[in-house]
Design a protein. Structure first.
Length: 180
């Protein structure tokens, strides 16, 4: 359990997520980023972020709100959602974060196999979520997109891109972020 004065990564859960899923998610994040992780429930009226013309949720506005909600004892904060996110210049996003900032967001919406006409796969959804959470947290630690095809910081435009990389930082990104 985190001590009150200890800096840690906070995953803010917006919407229904299975407790086991969230607890299981904390372990690889903790392992990869060498920082304690806490999970907290959070609540927002998501209708305020919905863009009816796109039938999606504004990622820029959600990110700003998550940043404002970041617990003061948190080193970095990730908001976890289950809605279809966009930013004005892209059709959709899996997540986003403030470069060198303290916050990011990730949505499982487009990580689900069912969005692509395939059978539900809980393990694949979990793996994709881990990669996206670590990727967005990497941005908060100052990492930009990496050209190493296996690095978690490689850009992912399509869900297949996420599937092809692993959930770990390459040695170059690990060094840049100051992780041993």
């Amino acid at each position: 359990m985190d001590q009150p004065d200890q800096k840690h990564i906070t995953i803010l859960s917006f919407g229904y997520f299975d407790k086991d899923f969230l607890d299981k998610l904390a372990h690889p994040v903790r392992f990869e980023l060498k920082t304690d992780v806490s999970i907290r429930e959070a609540h927002l009226d998501l209708s305020e972020y919905f863009d009816p013309s796109r039938r999606q949720y504004n990622g820029n506005r959600l990110l700003k709100t998550v940043d404002e909600m970041a617990p003061p004892d948190s080193l970095k904060t990730i908001g976890l959602f289950q809605v279809d996110l966009f930013i004005p210049i892209l059709t959709y996003i899996f997540g986003q974060a403030y470069l060198n900032g303290r916050s990011g967001i990730v949505s499982l919406y487009r990580l689900l196999n069912e969005r692509y006409g395939m059978a539900h796969d809980e393990n694949l959804l979990f793996e994709r979520t881990i990669k996206e959470v670590i990727h967005e947290l990497g941005h908060t630690f100052g990492l930009i997109h990496c050209h190493d095809p296996s690095c978690v910081m490689r850009s992912g435009t399509y869900v297949e891109d996420i599937d092809q990389k692993n959930a770990h930082l390459c040695s170059v990104c690990r060094e840049k972020a100051g992780f041993k």
